[in-house]
Design a protein around this ligand. Structure first.
Ligand SMILES: Nc1ncnc2c1ncn2[C@@H]1O[C@H](COP(=O)(O)OP(=O)(O)OP(=O)(O)O)[C@@H](O)[C@H]1O
Ligand SMILES: [Mg+2]
Length: 257
């Protein structure tokens, strides 16, 4: 089972978009995929056809309920949805930090430290899925840190036009600390997101980034992408001439997925 987290502590950079496209693509290739929505906005959950009144993620993480109680089938017309499940979110995710404090002794008994809770939970279902794709909120909080500890690969959508080196540095510092202390096999790649290629300044920033980091081909800012979300139609189902589909296929190919 390979665990992939889509992360950026900056908001609105295309995390949920990339998590949706990647998870549906992997399922369409015949893999068994578990999507996990850790963002209280619940956008990934609703795009995959699952809306819950109250997420059980906090209770699941601390071990009050079993995995079967939080994993739900995704809903969609195509047959690949049969290979795909989701742990949905809702605004009650906001209870997580509170519950972690209240359950300190349980957390210690189960996972040792709260950062390891998600990893500990996923270990119990490793035989059941080929891929886990995690969508995270735009904050460097418990959800994101737990996901980095539990992952094999972190994908970082980054917007070139307001590429904030400070924001990215904070995330990459956290990545390095977790890699050194908890997860030596961890890797990451930056995915340029919502790129407007004709802007020279964007291209220059991407070239600069690529000198220091593993950067994939870019995902452009395209109408295709917004249509894909509003129609709940994954980009890989668009026609061969779809520019959005071509962009995502190049990214997946570069990542060997
Ligand atoms: N490549 C793209 N081209 C055009 N629109 C895009 C693209 N990627 C994302 N969008 C749109 O931009 C908006 C923000 O994208 P998305 O919700 O994926 O960002 P996010 O990083 O998950 O945001 P948040 O931090 O709030 O969770 C959405 O309306 C989405 O449909
Ligand atoms: Mg999002």
């Amino acid at each position: 089972m390979k665990v992939i987290t889509i992360a950026n502590n900056k908001g609105g950079v295309g995390k949920t978009m990339q998590c949706y496209q990647l998870s549906t693509y992997l399922a369409s290739k015949g893999h068994k995929v578990l999507a996990i929505d850790l963002d209280s906005q619940g956008n990934l959950s609703s795009t995959l056809g699952v809306n819950v009144q109250r997420t059980l993620v906090p209770e699941w993480l601390i071990g009050d309920i079993e995995s079967e109680e939080v994993i739900m089938p995704t809903q969609g017309k195509e047959s690949f949805y049969d290979n795909m499940w989701i742990i949905p979110s809702s605004r009650h995710m906001a209870n997580l930090s509170k519950l972690l404090i209240l359950s300190e002794s349980e957390v210690r008994k189960n996972a040792g430290r709260k950062e390891r809770l998600l990893k500990h939970r996923l270990k119990q279902i490793t035989q059941e899925f080929d891929y886990v794709c995690i969508d995270t909120p735009p904050v460097l909080g418990d959800e994101l840190i737990m996901s980095i500890v539990a992952s094999d690969l972190i994908l970082i959508p980054t917007q070139a036009q307001d590429y904030s080196i400070d924001g990215l540095e904070e995330l990459l510092d956290t990545f390095e600390i977790i890699k050194d202390s908890e997860n030596p096999g961890l890797e990451f790649a930056i995915i340029p997101s919502m790129v407007m290629k004709r802007r020279r300044i964007e291209q220059n920033r991407l070239d600069e980034l690529a000198q220091s980091f593993n950067v994939t081909p870019p995902i452009r800012n395209l109408v295709d992408m917004q249509e894909s979300i509003s129609l709940k139609k994954p980009i890989h189902l668009m026609g061969r001439s779809s520019e959005g589909r071509k962009d995502f296929e190049s990214v997946w190919e570069s990542l060997g997925l």
